[in-house]
Design a protein around this ligand. Structure first.
Ligand code: MG
Length: 256
């Protein structure tokens, strides 16, 4: 399915307020997970925790059952890029990097965010990969201004990433978000040029750079979900849901 065929919707301030609440649940869940991603924990356990938190908060996990995804949390280790499936057999160990991507449906609207966490000490270049990927997310968000175009976000992410010699995944992109998990427009993390959509007040965008230490090329594993780098180099992923307003970008999934 092509995201660019999906509808771009504009949200009212009241709807954005609900999306702030949805994303607050997501952000607080990710903060909780940060403290739990230590050696010896299984990715299955992480999934159980997020289910409990969502239930306590009256939210519905967004990914469970989405196109048949089996769990509530996407957990992607090391060379895995996104969409990793939680497993009782996958035990976190020192030196791993772990991308956790979580979404909820709350009062009719979605929240979606992701972080990549280093378990204990990781290699220096991998630590740099995480830092640059997170920075690139904020570089993109800085361009999420009324009157700019989607490609201004894409370009800012790509320029930041590539100056460090890392590469941006092409095959998967960010997206609009609202009463649907994936709405238009697509938000590539690389410049595609042309006339990308103009940013308007009321748009909410899930901006999510996926950045590889080696080649940009990725493939989907036989499980039908897990995305891995073709050269098996590490990959990092950070995501925020961001509202476009006349007063500038508002990060809905940033918990303060
Ligand atoms: Mg997303």
């Amino acid at each position: 399915m092509k995201n660019n065929q999906k509808l771009i919707t504009l949200k009212t301030p009241a709807e954005i307020e609900i999306m702030r609440q949805a994303n607050k649940i997501v952000a607080e869940t990710l903060i909780f997970l940060r403290s739990k991603m230590v050696p010896g924990v299984t990715t299955w356990q992480l999934d159980n925790w997020v289910e409990d938190i969502a239930a306590e908060r009256g939210a519905q996990p967004a990914f469970k059952g989405y196109h048949g995804f089996p769990n509530s949390l996407c957990v992607s280790l090391n060379e895995q890029v996104v969409h990793g499936i939680p497993s009782r057999k996958v035990v976190l160990k020192e030196g791993d990097i772990v991308s956790v991507d979580f979404g909820v449906l709350y009062k009719g609207f979605y929240g979606d965010a992701a972080i990549t966490h280093a378990v204990g000490e990781v290699e220096e270049k991998t630590r740099k990969l995480l830092k640059v990927t997170e920075e690139s997310l904020y570089k993109g968000i800085e361009k999420a201004l009324v009157g700019n175009r989607v490609n201004d976000i894409s370009k800012a992410v790509q320029i930041h990433v590539e100056q460090y010699g890392f590469s941006v995944v092409r095959q998967f992109v960010g997206h609009g978000i609202g009463s649907q998990l994936h709405e238009g427009p697509e938000i590539p993390n690389y410049s595609v040029g042309g006339q990308s959509p103009r940013l308007l007040p009321g748009m909410v965008l899930a901006i999510e750079p996926m950045v590889n230490l080696g080649t940009y090329e990725v493939k989907v594993l036989k499980d039908g979900w897990t995305v891995e780098t073709c050269d098996r180099s590490p990959s990092a992923h950070f995501e925020h849901s961001v509202a476009i307003t006349e007063d500038g970008p508002v990060i809905l999934s940033e918990s303060v």
